[in-house]
Design a protein around this ligand. Structure first.
Ligand code: AHG
Ligand code: MN
Ligand code: MN
Length: 351
């Protein structure tokens, strides 16, 4: 028997603090948690059950799907569709909104997810995760369509991720801070191990895919150049760098020991306003990071206030320790002001 607070106990106690709560949301969370345990189990078995490698298909964004992308998506859909808590679902791996089959009751929430984040890491046995975001279905809508999902991140009721690393953890916010739970496999429960997670304000660690450096905008190039100059540069101190290529792992590191993570706009394909997806990657992570005292921006706007126009819309992401994010935002502002005074515009750059 463990001595800590289980995730089940934690969310029921949270529910008791909300007058008039029906328990619907508590059950919804429990169902998401169960799905994450099933995915964790599959991820940990890996090659033993033949689930590594590609599925031989592409998702709506033209990316090759891994077998585990498809399996994780299926687990979430099958675990959530029958519960009666959801009005509809949307996922990185499904082009359209997933309607709840007619044989099941409908609920009042919308669920969005990235079933497996960092899937390029599956075959090399590096941490991957699941990211999710819960919205309310607008009043009076029985059959939600894309437009009903297009709510800004400030409207999220809950956001979280599971990270399948050396240990499996679930990190969650319902808008009252961020709590981290570790899966105790012997008893099958997530146990509260990281209460009230906070992003340390100061940091000397940055995360960005530097192989894209030549395609970045000037303010991002400036920020990274100054970090690389270390003690001899304008920052007057040395920086460390990490790049896992799983956003969940980067955000988890930042929640644990601080830092800044950037996947900025770049010139490789000017039609894409970023790499990461707003609705099920950037928004939930932005809510978590803000709730832990950090900041999350596109470089020019608060991520949570971006007005979504498409389900699979991409967005530039700069998140982590507040002071560093504010510095990157300032560099964008200075750059845009200089440009407005007559400098040369960057073609295709987001404004
Ligand atoms: P996904 O596996 O869900 O497509 O997401 C991968 C994302 C994100 O987790 C990571 O930060 C980034 O893509 C990695 O991109 P690079 O391959 O350009 O490093
Ligand atoms: Mn992802
Ligand atoms: Mn994914």
């Amino acid at each position: 028997m463990h001595n800590g607070t289980s995730l089940t106990q934690f969310i029921i106690e949270e529910q008791r603090r909300i007058p008039g709560a029906t328990g619907d949301f508590t059950s919804l969370l429990n169902d998401i948690v169960t799905a994450c345990k099933v995915i964790a189990n599959a991820v940990s078995k890996g090659g033993l059950i033949g689930i590594l490698g590609t599925a031989g298909s592409e998702n709506v964004q033209g990316e090759t799907q891994k077998k585990l992308d498809v399996i994780a998506n299926d687990v979430l859909v099958r675990s959530m569709e029958w519960t009666g808590h959801l009005a509809a679902m949307a996922s990185e791996e499904m082009e359209d909104v997933y309607r709840i089959p007619g044989r099941y009751p409908r609920g009042k929430y919308l669920l969005l997810f990235d079933p497996l984040d960092g899937s390029s890491n599956i075959d090399v046995n590096v941490s991957v995760g699941t990211i999710f975001s819960v919205l309310r279905c607008p009043e009076g809508v029985d059959e939600p369509a894309v437009e009903h999902f297009l709510q800004p991140g400030t409207e999220q009721v809950c956001a979280g991720y599971a990270i399948y690393g050396p240990s499996t953890m679930l990190v969650l916010t319902t808008g009252h801070g961020v709590n981290g739970f570790t899966l105790d496999r012997e008893i099958g429960e997530f146990v509260l191990t990281h209460p009230d997670m906070q992003v340390p304000a100061e940091t000397s660690e940055f995360a960005i895919n530097v192989s894209n450096e030549r395609f970045w905008e000037a303010p991002v190039q400036r920020y990274v150049r100054e970090c690389l100059q270390g003690e001899e540069g304008p920052r007057g101190r040395n920086f460390n760098m990490r790049w896992v290529a799983s956003m969940v792992a980067e955000v988890h590191r930042i929640l644990t020991r601080g830092g800044i993570f950037m996947y900025p706009w770049d010139r490789r394909d000017p039609s894409k306003p970023g790499r990461l997806r707003l609705m099920y990657e950037a928004n939930p992570m932005a809510m978590i990071v803000e709730q832990a005292g950090g900041a999350a921006s596109t470089g020019r706007a608060r991520i949570l206030e971006v007005r979504p126009t498409e389900l699979h819309q991409r967005v530039p992401v700069v998140l982590g320790s507040r002071e560093e994010v504010e510095r990157v935002v300032r560099y964008h502002r200075e750059h845009d002001r200089a440009r407005a005074r007559g400098g040369s515009p960057v073609e295709g750059a987001p404004v």
